[in-house]
Design a protein around this ligand. Sequence first.
Ligand SMILES: Nc1ncnc2c1ncn2[C@@H]1O[C@H](COP(=O)(O)OP(=O)(O)OP(=O)(O)O)[C@@H](O)[C@H]1O
Ligand SMILES: O=C(O)C1=C[C@@H](O)[C@@H](O)[C@H](O)C1
Ligand SMILES: [Mg+2]
Length: 221
Amino acid sequence: MANLEQSIGPAAADQRRSRTPGAEPAPAADLDRLAAPLIGRIPRTVALVGLMGAGKSCIGRRLAARLGLDFVDADAAFEAAAGCTIAEYFARHGEPAFREGERRVIARLLDQGPMILATGGGAFIDPDTRARMRAGAITVWLRAELPLLLKRTVGRDHRPLLKQGDPAEILGRLIAARYPVYAEADLVVESTDEAPEATVARVLASLAGHLAPGQGDREEA
Ligand SMILES: Nc1ncnc2c1ncn2[C@@H]1O[C@H](COP(=O)(O)OP(=O)(O)OP(=O)(O)O)[C@@H](O)[C@H]1O
Ligand SMILES: O=C(O)C1=C[C@@H](O)[C@@H](O)[C@H](O)C1
Ligand SMILES: [Mg+2]
């Protein structure tokens, strides 16, 4: 590891490691060390994207606490604006109407940052919402494998798309259709079956690499 750091620098080395699943969970001191240089230096909203169960809400909340930023869950913001749950909205108005409302909610939230924003699983797939997010946020894809997504979503009934048939089959189809699109995110971080802090550490390291001098996305001078 010393060689890796000597050759590409500590931030980039952390970023490279961040793509390696199976690393030891990060102790709190490691999270402090990773977060400290970023506090007050996040230039725009960090928007987490990925499939249902990837951990956008769980990781986003912890990341925001580490960075001293507000955490907003776009699904919860949609429900507050709509006055009903997403499942109820799907049942009453259908998915196209939901996507239209989601577009408006995310556009509004992007005007309010910087914050940590957990987006709904389909938000980044909508071309208009994706373009707004690419322009106004640092986008981070939390990438998880099918068995883990299944394990994390099974038995929960608030995700209307997973109630339309066999969840494993639906998630498999969504992976095939969506992963090439999520791959357009600025950063890709593996969401694994480790403690959430390990994923938070990978996101922090990845952000540090992205914002490092010479990476083309530094804070405004
Ligand atoms: N290491 C972990 N990383 C992320 N989530 C985890 C982890 N371990 C357990 N979980 C749990 O997995 C579940 C799914 O995570 P979460 O709700 O954050 O996903 P999501 O990406 O926000 O999904 P959705 O798009 O449906 O809102 C949660 O109950 C969360 O607490
Ligand atoms: O993946 C999706 O398309 C969705 C995911 C959820 O976060 C909600 O935004 C909604 O249930 C749709
Ligand atoms: Mg969520």
